[in-house]
Write a protein that binds this ligand. Structure first.
Ligand code: G6P
Ligand code: ZN
Length: 615
């Protein structure tokens, strides 16, 4: 049975009428769950951002089903009633997205879910899911959670990666305890529940499908929602679209936004073409592809190379010779639309600087100014200290958290329980090209792009005057606060045993390294970053080996929590300067980089000291 019959499709808002009309036609027995025997599958431990594996592994028998059942069981054990409210399902459009959605619906129904919201064509960006959970529907329909089908910036396709993550009622990634419970469930699972006869849903067409049980005792509604609806409405309430449009309409301003064939394409079109009346030429790679066109949809200088060249830069962020004109503003998004890269004309803004500049200028954005001004900021530990200086200057509450957006969510939600303080409005960011605020509980790529454009618009109130550029704004920022020279080296595809041994050795040597002189630096403290959540007291251990130099410079090592296979070693280098503001980054960080390579001895442990990516 399919929902092809016209009666089964109703536009949003007419759901109640739909229920009885179609029950007899598509209903008989469709809600009857089958209990299918299964056995634990090794390796289903979620990482920084859900479970990511090779697509083929996900497509192998019971792999997805086991994990989905493990999540739903953990969610129920955590006190959620699946039959109240709505389950959101959508993804970044990668290969297997569409099939996985049908499986999740059938399993959701078997486990008691009564209402689903599915993104049109299965597409929902990660921040759009968060917006949908928080903003959509009357109280009785509010979403209790969401499955997001994404491996973020990892390549997609039958030979590449697939991923799944679960977000909770606040719109943010599932907290640690829920993922631990999920993992425990995967190791003991004996069966899963599925309604095999539940109809395939036509996810290409917005509308409702209602399916009733044979005895009429209950019914399930699956609503396919235009993907951009909730998120774009929210963005319009945050920014000054009028001022942004005036900036974009200037003769001397031009922009280009690369969606890298990920899910951001429809969102960039909805905002820039439909709302801000710009020509389609401002969009690049905006048609989602299930393999991201064979690319690596990660917005950084290495992988967004097409855009980087258009903006007149090489992969190290240095200016190259250009013949024609270069756009004034460039941006890119990752596969699931939560990351951003910001570029000016022949100018790369590091994510850490981007965060600091947005915090310093936040109050020109209506979301902040209308709530009495920005109150608090947070950054992940490896993110540079540039934002710390702004927070101090502006007297904002400041937090340093481990890597992973979920740590910000607790702070944002702390309103009633943390010393009676309300941290709204709140901005946070990470060196890994993530920036956002408490409008949702995920990082938000298109939010960051609009935030920059809103700041640029505010800095350019008079279109008859010469344009104040991205580069002007960043250089002025450095002149005010000093410059945190920063880079990250990634060593991808390392042997996990060697990489772990390397980390263990540094971990065991922190005491011995403390106080040691290395080159012209002294290690004031070497430690393994530990975070005690100020809201709920939970402790996150082993969050990265830090070498904190006596002059404030830092060298940090972590193993990525998002690597699809093997291990990715991340090495972060930072040096603060107040005088020498115009050096090339590689020159400014030369000695620290050499010291870092010898402190970790990656050559011995992993057989190379040449990074695969530098950001
Ligand atoms: C995801 C998370 C971020 C995190 C990033 C890098 O995008 O949402 O919070 O910073 O991955 O994580 P990794 O563990 O690979 O450094
Ligand atoms: Zn992402």
């Amino acid at each position: 049975i399919t929902n092809k019959s016209d009666e089964a499709k109703f536009i949003s808002g007419k759901i109640e009428n739909a229920t009885l009309d179609v029950s007899e036609e598509v209903g008989l027995g469709a809600l009857k769950p089958t209990v299918v025997a299964t056995a634990p599958i090794a390796g289903q431990k979620p990482g920084t951002s859900g479970l990511r594996k090779k697509t083929k592994e996900f497509m192998s028998e019971n792999y997805l089903n086991n994990f989905v059942q493990a999540v739903l069981d953990a969610v129920v054990a955590g006190g959620t009633n699946l039959s109240e409210g709505t389950l959101v399902v959508g993804g970044d459009g990668r290969y297997y997205n569409d099939k996985a959605i049908q499986t999740i619906i059938k399993m959701g129904v078997a486990n008691g879910v009564k209402r689903f919201w599915i993104g049109e064509n299965g597409l929902l960006s990660t921040p759009a899911v968060s917006a949908m959970i928080r903003e959509r529907g009357p109280v009785w329909q509010k979403a209790f959670g969401a499955f997001i089908l994404t491996a973020s910036h990892n390549p997609g396709g039958p030979e590449e990666d697939f991923g799944i993550k679960y977000n909770t009622q606040n719109g943010g990634p599932a907290p640690e305890y829920l993922m631990e419970a999920t993992y425990a469930n995967t190791t003991s699972i004996k069966n899963y529940k599925i309604c095999s006869d539940f109809p395939e849903i036509d996810i290409a067409t917005p509308g409702c499908t209602s399916v009733a049980a044979d005895d009429g005792s209950s019914s399930v509604v699956v609503e396919v929602i235009p993907s951009t609806e909730s998120h774009v409405a929210l963005l319009k309430s945050i920014f000054d679209f009028g001022a942004i449009k005036s900036l974009l309409d200037r003769e001397d301003f031009s922009m280009i936004y690369d969606s890298m064939h990920g899910v951001n394409g429809p969102f960039s079109k909805a905002v820039f073409v439909d709302e801000l009346s710009q020509p389609e030429s401002v969009l690049m790679n905006h048609i989602p592809k299930d393999d991201f066109n064979g690319g690596h949809a990660d917005p950084n200088l290495t992988y967004a190379k097409e855009l980087v060249a258009i903006m007149g830069l090489d992969k190290k962020g240095n200016k190259i010779d250009v013949s024609g004109s270069v756009p004034s503003f460039g941006a890119a998004a990752d596969g699931d639309g939560d990351r951003n890269m910001i570029l000016g004309s022949q100018f790369f803004v590091t994510p850490s600087d981007s965060l600091a500049v947005l915090v310093a200028n936040a109050n020109c954005i209506p979301f902040f100014s209308t709530q009495g001004g920005l109150k608090a900021v947070a950054r992940s530990m490896p993110t540079s200290g540039a934002v710390d200086l702004v927070a101090k200057d502006l007297n904002l509450d400041f937090f340093e958290t481990p890597t992973g957006w979920k740590f910000f969510g607790n702070l944002m939600d702390s309103k009633c329980i943390f010393k009676g303080k309300d941290y709204t409005p709140f901005i946070c960011g990470e060196e890994s090209f993530g920036t956002g605020s408490d409008h949702v509980r995920e990082k938000d790529g298109i939010w960051a792009v609009l935030a920059w454009l809103n700041v640029l618009a505010a800095q350019n109130p008079d279109s008859s005057k010469a344009l104040v550029t991205v580069e002007d704004i960043v250089r002025k920022h450095w002149a005010t606060y000093g410059r945190n020279y920063y880079c990250r080296w990634d060593f991808e595809g390392m042997d996990a045993v060697g990489a772990n041994a390397m980390m263990d050795k540094m971990r065991a040597s922190t005491a011995a390294n403390t106080g040691r002189t290395v080159g012209s630096y002294t290690i004031a403290t070497a430690d393994d970053f530990k975070y005690v959540d100020p809201v709920d007291g939970s402790v996150a251990q082993k969050q990265g080996i830090r070498f904190l130099m006596s002059d404030g410079s830092r060298i940090i090592f972590r193993l990525s929590g998002t690597a699809g296979s093997g291990a990715t070693v991340r090495m972060y280098i930072e040096q603060y300067e107040t005088e020498k503001l115009g050096l090339a980054v590689a020159d400014a960080l030369k000695e620290l980089t050499t010291i870092a390579l010898s402190l970790c001895d990656i050559k011995t442990f992993c057989g190379t000291e040449t990074p695969t990516v530098i950001t």
